[in-house]
Design a protein around this ligand. Structure first.
Ligand SMILES: C[S@@+](CC[C@H](N)C(=O)[O-])C[C@H]1O[C@@H](n2cnc3c(N)ncnc32)[C@H](O)[C@@H]1O
Length: 318
């Protein structure tokens, strides 16, 4: 897969871009410590399904740096590399990625970027419930803390939330409630068990990206560690914009783990900073969103799972 970009890899070298880069961990799931009759093996405690590929390593960016080289406006910092500028500003490089992006006019991805190693129907892969968590506890805690800062207070009249690619957990603050919290996912048993949901929909978004909701229905849309499984993100993000209320907030969060065979090739062949740019581009090209922003909420960099947010609001006048 990387071969395709080999001709462009000279570019990052010329520009001097290197990045502390983590490639996705294969099949990232952490078996829950919760006692659960449906767990694949309830006697197992915490076990990471990692292959060791997730070890941080220093790589020269291929496609990612090509992205950065093309998209980042360096006009205000002539002669400096992207990372040098980011370090001087004291911010996480991941948080810098979406600043001053000059997006190409056309959606810059090709069909093959959204292909997966396993192209069998997703309904097969998600047929059996997985009562597991897919990131470690500190990463979950960081996400929940982030939600508690940006979500409307619990039980605010008229507030509706949609958790896309949901399962038996949404990582919302403890006891969080709203009139309407919809979960959409692939496995009904998982969704049924999710205590925060007031309703759920089982739907394969790669087969049917249209969201079964009225325009302007939701105040918040979340998607936790699953944006990388969407093979039609452009369509899904357009739909997200349609069903969000004006000013509504979409929060995409992800780490460096994934079910590698089910993640799109552009994701498995790139690293964290690239993922931020990829998700940012979905918002940008879907249209109707404010410029996307990235937040690095990684709780203990280098020690526990990293956690990144790319968020955007539907334009208020849309
Ligand atoms: C890694 S799990 C994450 C689940 C949950 N968001 C969490 O944080 O634990 C990936 C989720 O994406 C959902 N998913 C994967 N492919 C999907 C598809 N084609 N359409 C809709 N949902 C999908 C699955 O239902 C699954 O729950």
């Amino acid at each position: 897969m990387k071969k395709r970009f080999n001709d462009k890899m000279a570019l990052p070298l010329r520009l001097g871009y290197t990045i502390q880069h983590r490639r996705p961990v294969l099949a990232g799931a952490v078996l829950s410590t919760a006692t659960n009759a449906f767990a694949p093996n309830p006697t197992l405690r915490v076990k990471k399904w990692s292959s060791g590929i997730g070890t941080p390593r220093r790589l020269v960016l291929g496609f990612g740096a090509l992205f950065l080289g093309q998209f980042m406006s360096m006009a205000d910092r002539p002669g400096q590399s992207f990372l040098a500028s980011a370090r001087q500003q004291g911010a996480s490089s991941v948080e810098q990625v979406l600043r001053n992006v000059e997006w190409p006019e056309q959606f810059p991805f090709k069909e093959e970027d959204f292909q997966r190693f396993d192209e069998s129907p997703d309904s097969l892969f998600y047929e059996t419930p997985r009562f597991v968590t897919h990131i470690d506890d500190p990463a979950i805690a960081a996400l929940t803390k982030y939600y508690s800062k940006v979500f409307p207070p619990s039980n605010t009249p008229g507030i509706s939330l949609l958790d896309l690619c949901s399962s038996w957990v949404s990582h919302f603050p403890a006891g969080y409630q709203q009139e309407r919290i919809v979960g959409m996912g692939m496995n009904e048993e998982e969704l049924k068990r999710n205590p925060v949901l007031t309703e759920y929909v089982v739907q394969d978004l790669n087969f049917r990206p249209k969201l079964p909701f009225e325009d302007n229905s939701f105040d918040i849309i979340t998607n936790v560690v699953s944006v990388d499984y969407l093979t039609k993100p452009f369509d899904v993000f357009k739909e997200m914009c349609r069903v969000l209320k004006p000013g509504g907030l979409a929060i995409m969060s992800f780490s460096n783990r994934c079910f590698w065979t089910k993640a799109i090739s552009i994701w498995t062949s790139t690293g964290d900073a690239d993922h931020v740019l990829i998700v940012g581009s979905y918002f940008h090209y879907a249209g109707g969103f404010e410029p996307p922003q990235a937040v690095d909420i990684s709780p203990n960099p280098g020690r526990s799972d990293p956690m990144y947010i790319v968020h955007s609001r539907k334009v208020a006048t849309g």
